[in-house]
Design a binder for this molecule. Structure first.
Ligand code: GLC
Length: 533
């Protein structure tokens, strides 16, 4: 039986370049994902996750590791082509594992035929597929907008004598969403994959889909100035988050609604300069609750302080029945274990997997993977110098299947595209599967509990005690199923209470289950899940 999205326990993000290489080119491929599919779901020792999201696998010159698409309807030969994708989808669905693809609607590659046509002459029928503007009379760009990958967002195009806009790299020209033909193209691409049986999309970088051209230059940031090329020197109020953003998102969710049981998750980062972060997330979350959601990125953007986490997730908890998506990381962010520490990352994993909705797990976080130092000769990411998005290779390193360094941790039998990193003796799938007290086994247990109990998926979220500086607490309930979650943010033991007796069904410190009265002790950085009775 196919699960509905509200019964999905989590989404697991695979970065295909780094999952498993089967053709010895040092880059992961779809055959590799098929080989490892039982790791995800289907066997007793599987992680037991219900959905995967694959970072882009479409044809691409790979200047931005696939986020620069040259053909949205084909699978890049680097990953194995369409037949291999069909096989992957079949194998996934056999296990009731949902597959989400990564839709990149804001920009294509400059190698896409649309851009080739658009840039061929000013009167080409696809000219308005992209955003072209004349230079100012002194030859400079039409306005001061900056790209997130560094420098001006405008690239001069000699042949047709105009600038085009790129919110990211110059080789990623922005599509013109104000052109209805462009929108139809994207909607048709969505239908193409939905009809193939794909279960949903992670939708890339939605914040620049609507812009406010009429408002012109972005204003200077009065609190900071480090030069005209520095992203932080401006408030990006006109180049993103424009007036039509939610209307465009609604059009995408309407396409999803043409089908049964499809789901979209938008990549959206609120901007502190635009008022309440929660209000900004909410605007996106409420576009089509249950059909589309926004990632909630606060866990890795919040100070390590119980009070702060409590505040952020109490707000998140108000969406408990709208399938919100809590994230601890992705391919653009420092690994959570590198950011906060190992014990802390484990505690956050228990927290995340007790939150409402469909949590998103970044591959390798279930092992406690850390950022890896990248030697100069391995560097791939072209975003260096951008708006906090530089040097992203270090958290995209290969998955560690075993401790065999000669075989590159079981990832590839040739030189991998990025280095494997340290601690291979214990930080790998094989070792962690056979160690009771491992990251892997905590994730596996929590995923099993989420599958078993509706309260953990879409039960109400509430709190039972005053906000504390030291522990974060919340309650989840659905009818008479009640859970209490406690996370100790300190390195000290803490005594505390819960409103009833119960059984500790998961803990970051022990694999044993045990009964408790309503008072209990939490060890340093310990997180526990208590089932009340
Ligand atoms: C998103 C992706 C990031 C990519 C950018 C441009 O933020 O997550 O990896 O570089 O969009 O497509």
């Amino acid at each position: 039986m196919t699960k509905s999205w509200r019964d999905v326990n989590a989404i697991y993000q695979i970065y295909p370049r780094s999952f498993k290489d089967t053709n010895s080119d040092g880059v992961g491929d779809l055959r590799g994902i098929i080989e490892k599919i039982d790791y995800l779901k289907g066997e007793d020792k599987s992680l037991g996750v219900d959905a995967v999201w694959l970072s882009p696998i479409f044809s691409s010159p790979q200047i931005d590791c696939g986020y620069d698409i040259s053909d949205y309807r084909s699978i890049d030969p680097l990953f194995g082509g369409m037949a291999m994708f069909d096989e992957l989808l079949l194998q996934a669905h056999k296990r009731d594992l949902k597959v989400m693809l990564d839709l990149v609607p804001n920009h294509s590659s400059d190698q896409h035929t649309w851009f080739k046509e658009s840039s061929s002459s000013r009167d080409n029928s696809k000219r308005d597929y992209y955003i072209w503007r004349d230079a100012k009379s002194d030859g400079t760009p039409p306005n001061n907008w900056l790209s997130m990958s560094g420098g001006s967002a405008w690239q001069w195009h000699d042949k047709t004598g105009q600038y085009y806009l790129h919110s990211f790299l110059p080789s990623q020209p922005d599509l013109n969403w104000d052109n209805p033909e462009v929108r139809q193209e994207i909607f048709e691409i969505m239908r193409f994959w939905f009809e193939k049986g794909v279960d949903g999309f992670r939708v890339d970088a939605i914040w620049p889909l609507s812009k406010n051209f009429a408002a012109g230059d972005n204003p200077r940031n009065p609190e900071y100035y480090a030069g005209d090329e520095d992203y932080g020197s401006y408030i990006h109020q006109n180049s993103k988050g424009g007036p039509k953003l939610c209307e465009y998102l609604r059009m995408m969710s309407d396409v999803a609604l043409e089908y049964k049981n499809k789901f979209l998750v938008y990549e959206f980062y609120p901007d502190d300069r635009f008022g309440s972060r929660f209000d900004q997330y909410s605007a996106i979350q409420k576009v089509a609750p249950g059909v589309s959601s926004t990632f909630y990125f606060e866990a890795f953007q919040t100070e390590w302080w119980a009070r702060k986490f409590q505040e952020k997730f109490n707000a998140f908890g108000t969406w408990y029945d709208q399938l919100p998506v809590a994230s601890l990381g992705n391919h653009d962010q420092t690994r959570i274990a590198s950011k906060f520490g190992m014990a802390q990352a484990k505690a956050l994993a228990l927290m995340q997997l007790s939150l409402p909705g469909i949590p998103a797990i970044y591959y390798g976080d279930e092992l406690g993977m850390l950022d890896v130092d990248i030697p100069q000769n391995y560097k791939h990411d072209n975003f260096a110098g951008g708006a906090g998005m530089d040097a992203r290779d270090k958290y995209r390193t290969p998955m560690r299947w075993n401790s065999d360094i000669l075989n590159n941790a079981g990832f590839s039998n040739s030189n991998p595209w990025l280095p494997i990193g340290d601690n291979l003796d214990w930080l790998n799938v094989e070792s962690e599967q056979s160690t009771d007290h491992s990251f892997f086994n905590l994730y596996k247990k929590m995923l099993a509990l989420r599958s078993e109990y509706a309260a953990l998926r879409y039960g109400e979220y509430s709190t039972w005690q005053d906000t504390s500086d030291d522990i974060m607490t919340f309650k989840r309930n659905y009818n008479d199923e009640i859970f209490y979650i406690l996370i100790n943010f300190t390195d000290r033991q803490i005594n505390t209470n819960i409103p009833s007796r119960g059984r500790v069904v998961a803990s970051t410190n022990t694999t044993d289950e045990y009964d408790i009265e309503n008072s209990l002790t939490l060890n340093a950085f310990e997180a526990i899940l208590v089932k009340a009775y």
